[in-house]
Write a protein that binds this ligand. Sequence first.
Ligand code: ADP
Length: 520
Amino acid sequence: MDIHSLLKTYFGYDEFKTGQEKLIRGTIEGRDVLGIMPTGGGKSLCYQLPAILLEGLTIVISPLISLMKDQVDSLNEIGIGGTYINSTLDQSELIERLQEIREGKYKIIYVAPERLNTGFFINLVEDIKVSMVAIDEAHCISQWGHDFRPSYLEIPKFINSLRVRPVVAAYTATATKEIVEEIKELIGLKNPLESIIGFDRPNLFYQVVKVSNKFSYLIDYLKNNFQKESGIIYCATRKTVESLVEKLNEGGFSAVEYHGGMDGNLRQKNQDDFIFNRRRIIVATNAFGMGIDKPDVRFVIHYNMPKNMEAYYQEAGRAGRDGEPSDCILLYSPSDIVKQKLIIQNNNLPPNRETMLYKNLQYLVDYCHTNDCLRNNILAYFGEIIENQSCNNCGNCLDKSEMVDITIETQKILSCIYRTEERFGVNMIIDVLRGSKNKKVLGLGLDKVSTYGIMKEYTEIALREIIMTLVSKGYIYMTADKFPLLKLTSDSLQVLRGKIKVYHKKHLVERKASITGKEL
Ligand code: ADP
C-alpha cells in the first residue's frame, strides 16, 4: 500500500499535514530525519505511519509516561499493534509484554528513556530487528533547553548497541538554532533530512497586557470572554498558583491547581478534571502541559512572565489546537523579570551559560515592550521570514492607543547614560533622572551630572517602561549580566541627533503612569 492509502485506511485522513509526507518518505527510504513542528503539527503520524511499512519494530522514546497508554490505545484502535514499557508496569506485566514483543505481536513500542539501557531491554533488542528509533520531544536531550532529561543522553549509547543501526527519527517543537544543533550532535543523527514547519498559529491572538492589578484584570477577562470554556493560567511559582486558585474559587470560578509540589494522584486528578471539562480553568506552573493534547483550550494567560520566548511559545501554544480562535495573553509586570533573573542567578551556572539565559529572557522582555506586531516578533525569534508587516490579529496590531512622541524623553535618557559613562543599570539611571537623594547616587557624586533630576516629574514605573521599550527597539543596549548595564548603540546617536523620532503609547508613558507593578 502506498503512503496515501495508508493515511486514509489507518488514520482516516485525506491529506498530509505540511511536512509530514517529506519526513515519512525520508524515513521509509532509510534516512535519519529531524522534524521540527509546532505543537499540534502532527508529529506522531510521521513515525507511526512508516512503522507500519518498515519490516521490524519501531521503538518510540518518549518522556511522557502519562500519555503512552493513550497513544497505544489509539494505535490499537486503528489496527496497529502497539504497546509500552515504563515504570507503571509491574513485574509480571513487564515479562508478559517482553514476551509478546519477542513474538512479533507489535509494530510500535513506546519506551521511557530510563528503560533503554537496562539489562532486560538490551536482551530484548538483541533478539529482534529494530527498524526505527523515533525520539519524541527530542529537545529533552539539550541541557540548555527547558525540558532537559538526563536519561535522554543515554539514547545514543542505546542506538549504538543495536546490531544493525536503525533509522533514527527525532521530533521536537523546539526550533532555536542552538538546540537543533545539539539534538543533531548529541543523538548522532547521520546526515538527517530536516523539515521545519511553520511556527505561525494564525488562530492565536497574542497580547501583552500591562495593568496595575492583574487579578482584577483576570476576573474581568474571565467574566467577559469564553465564559463556559477552558483555559490555562500559568504562574511562576507554586505559591502564586495556590493563592490564585483559592481566590478564583472564592470568586465563583471553577479552577484547579497543578504544580510539581503536589501529590501525584491529586495532580493527575486535577489534570483529568481539566481535560474532561469537569473544571474549566487550570492554574499551573510550567510543570503542566508537555504533551497535553486538549484541543479546545480557548485561552492561555500568563499571570507571570515565563523564562524565555521558547517557553512562552510552547505554553501559549497549548491554546487553540483545534484551530479555533483563542487568546494568548501575557500579563506583564517588571517584578517578574526580577524573579526570572533571580532564578538564573541561583543556579550557579557557568558564565557563558548564564549570559545565554539572560539573553533569552531579554528577548521575551523585548516582546513585552515592542509596539510592533507580536506575531511577527515571535516568528522572527524562530527565524521565520515575515511577509506582512502586521497580522491584524494581535494586541499590538489591533491597538488603537494614542501614540505620543517621546523623542525628547529618549534623548534625556540617552544623555544620562552617556553622562554617567555607561557604567550603570536601569535602576541607577532612573534614580539619576528622577533626582533621587539615595545614598548610592549621592555617594557616587551622580547628583553633580548635568542630567540629574531632569525627569523628576516621571514615575519610576513610567521611566522603566520607556527605557525597556528603548532596549526593545535597539536604541539602548542592555548587557546580558547579573547586573546589566545600559549602553548606547549606533542608533542611539541617530536619536540624539534628532534623526530618528521615537513614539510610544501615551497611557504607558504618562507622568502618572498607570502601572505600579503591584500584584495580587
Ligand atoms: P504533535 O505531536 O505534533 O503535537 P499530534 O501528533 O498529537 O501533534 O497531532 C495533532 C493532531 O493532528 C492529532 O489530533 C492528529 O490526529 C491530527 N493529525 C495528524 N496528522 C493529520 C493529518 N494528516 N490530517 C489531519 N489531522 C492530522
